[in-house]
Design a binder for this molecule. Sequence first.
Ligand code: KPL
Length: 293
Amino acid sequence: MRVLIAGQGAIGSVLAYRCELHGLDYRVLPRRQKQSIEFQPLDAACLRLPSAQQNPASLRGDELLLLPLKAYQVQSMLEQVSPYLSTQTLVLLHNGLGVLEKARHLAPECSFIQGITRLAAYKQQHRVTQTAQGDTHLSWVSEVNQSREQKVHAVLEELLSPVYWHQDLSEALWRKLVVNSVINPLTALHQVRNGQLSQPQYQAQIQTLIDEARALMQGLGIRGHEDLERAVAEVIEQTSDNYSSMYQDLMQQRPTEIDYINGYLCQEGQRLGIATPEHQAVLEAIHAQQAAT
Ligand code: KPL
């Protein structure tokens, strides 16, 4: 099964490296101009990733398309390739929610997998450094035949090991959404590392954000909302030295995923008639910062 990797971001480059390592047939669908990536694996010498590039016009229908992109990049990538998509399987791996609905609209014949990965890497110019292998949680959100399912599982388990398959990922996706809705905007607005959010001055705002998100999860009947405080505190501690992705995006004057994180929570609040004023406030504050840069 041919693997297509959208973009040459940090996680996309890890996946390209792992395709090389396992001798898989893969191509890259560059978002912009193709770059030559120097890749530093976790446990091997640095190497230059070869550049096999796919022309979207020659997609075949049986490929596995991995989309390790920011939430806002997925839509533009799919708009670019949608005329050539047919029955491929697409894997979404990004922060935030709300992209799947748009992706399904753009690629109605494709089957979809949604996922969360703790695989970690960062990119500086043309160099990508992997920092953690991390586990990956995946779930099919489309029906596929058994033979396609087996082929896809085999490839993803080679590329993203360890992989855990779930019948329903909504609880894990929402818990991650809540964690990101607290850590990402607050670190970006206060210009601090994740770990600094454990200081007392941030606790009242963190609690309000969690309470609003909990009311939404309860309204939607999504389990796993009882110990959101613990989930947030654990990630703050485990990633204490990190600068969140939103902080880095704002610093580097790139778009952020705020509309798919706090923005998504506000939209769900409006739909359900549940107030989310604190999420609305951080959404507006990040928009204001983006407009000012
Ligand atoms: O996912 C993250 C991000 O920065 O986007 C966390 C978990 C907050 C780690 O920084």
